[in-house]
Ligand binder design. Structure first.
Ligand SMILES: [Zn+2]
Length: 402
């Protein structure tokens, strides 16, 4: 499918195309994305919403308006939408065309938003979108962003999808929040600074200079933002970053999300420990590749945030290091046990090899980015270097020694 472009985002009717201006649908859709980027930069709400197809649902149109207002409220240093047809050329199956009978063509390419906050992000934050583009009357426009939700490809949601956000800034933190939650954001920002002091005292490597903390207005927002398939009621906070595979598996800008229905009800020292735990994740993300299992991530964060204590026995433990899925499924007690086992394993490693050993282990496993072998193999190799024996032996020693 080809459409004709004159210049910028102005598109002639399909019948008017000429040989010199014929472009592919990829190029045409890139112009649509560029129109959104430019509209955002210049504050032109009408131009932004002009990229939305008139046949879109009122709900989608309203959401796009809120997204524009939300994005405009952010301290953006840069924002760029990129077409990712190099990964998947088109997700619009045959059934999708039937959903839009008035369209001349339907195109559903993966799109990424790359952006940075001014004075905060030193690498891009990256969000994935699945926009359905329709060709009608010679113009490509966006009609929906949820057409492949049911195959597990939801478009990104952020706090700014719900409208303008406010920010609470301190020396090392930016707490993004709903304008209605300013009081709580102020309290959280000061807790974060206290936890940051704990982080720098324990991490043993340079901590990130600036961290973004997101305070969703309610649990529904948090659920949409995290796109979580597990029960959020077992958690108090989350640290999250995605992966930029273009750069050999680099972590993207990390964010910390607060589950404040739980966190606000916890005692103050637990809140501090929670932030210390999440900030340890944020500091560790750039060091961690795809092979670092959850027990290393969580064990390191919990052991550091808990005061780097000696190993203790874990009630009900089977003596096996937990699998990744045990950290989100199986119910509250079982999840807590997975964390405690990981913490105990890291404490055991530190007792044997020194307080730097847990982070050394993460870094060793994390060094492998694009490499053959399973996570277990990488952990086995790293344990041989850091602990002096492989995974099986480490597990046995830990079981006997805690
Ligand atoms: Zn964690």
């Amino acid at each position: 499918m080809a459409v004709a472009l004159t210049s910028g985002a102005a598109v002639r009717p399909a019948g008017a195309q000429t040989a010199t201006t014929t472009v592919t649908r990829e190029q045409a859709v890139r112009h649509v994305l560029a129109q959104r980027d430019e509209a955002l930069r210049s504050g032109d709400r009408a131009a932004f919403l002009d990229t939305v197809d008139p046949s879109a649902t009122p709900e989608f149109k309203a959401r796009q308006g809120r997204l524009f207002d939300g994005l405009r409220s952010l301290p953006l240093a840069s924002y760029e939408l990129r077409l990712r047809t190099d990964e998947v050329p088109d997700l619009a199956g045959g059934g999708l065309a039937g959903r839009y009978p008035g369209a001349d063509a339907v195109f559903l390419p993966p799109v990424e938003a790359h952006y940075r906050f001014t004075g905060i992000d030193t690498i891009d934050a990256v969000d994935g979108y699945y926009y359905t583009f329709l060709l009608r009357g010679g113009r490509w426009r966006i009609v929906a962003d949820g057409d492949v939700n049911d195959v597990g490809l939801p478009s990104a949601r952020n706090l700014w999808d719900y409208g303008p956000v406010s920010q609470e800034r301190t020396a090392h933190f930016t707490v993004l929040h709903d304008p209605a939650d300013g009081k709580r954001a102020t309290v959280l920002a000061s807790l974060c600074e206290e936890a940051y002091a704990r982080l720098t005292a324990t991490f043993g490597r340079p901590a990130p200079a600036q961290i973004v903390v997101v305070l969703p207005h309610n649990l529904d927002q948090l659920r949409e933002i995290l796109q979580a398939t597990f029960d959020l009621s077992n958690f108090v906070a989350f640290a999250s970053a995605s992966v930029d595979r273009d750069e050999d598996w680099q972590s993207t800008a990390a964010r910390v999300y607060v589950q404040d229905a739980n966190l606000s009800r916890s005692r103050r020292d637990f809140q501090l420990q929670t932030f210390h735990h999440e900030f340890t994740h944020v500091a560790a993300f750039p060091l961690a590749g795809p092979f670092v299992p959850s027990w290393i991530h969580e064990g390191l964060a919990d052991w550091m945030a808990g005061g780097r204590l000696a190993p203790t026995a874990v009630d009900g433990s089977d003596g096996l290091l937990p699998h990744d899925w045990e950290f989100t499924t199986g119910g509250g007690d079982s999840i807590v046990r997975a964390y405690d086992e990981s913490t105990s394993a890291m404490a055991f490693l530190a007792a044997k090899k020194g307080k730097g050993a847990p982070l050394d282990l993460l870094i060793r496993v994390g060094e492998a980015r694009v490499a053959p072998g399973t996570s277990d193999y990488r952990v086995d190799q790293a344990l041989r270097a850091v602990y002096g024996a492989g995974l099986d032996q480490f597990q046995k020693d830990w079981k006997g020694g805690r």
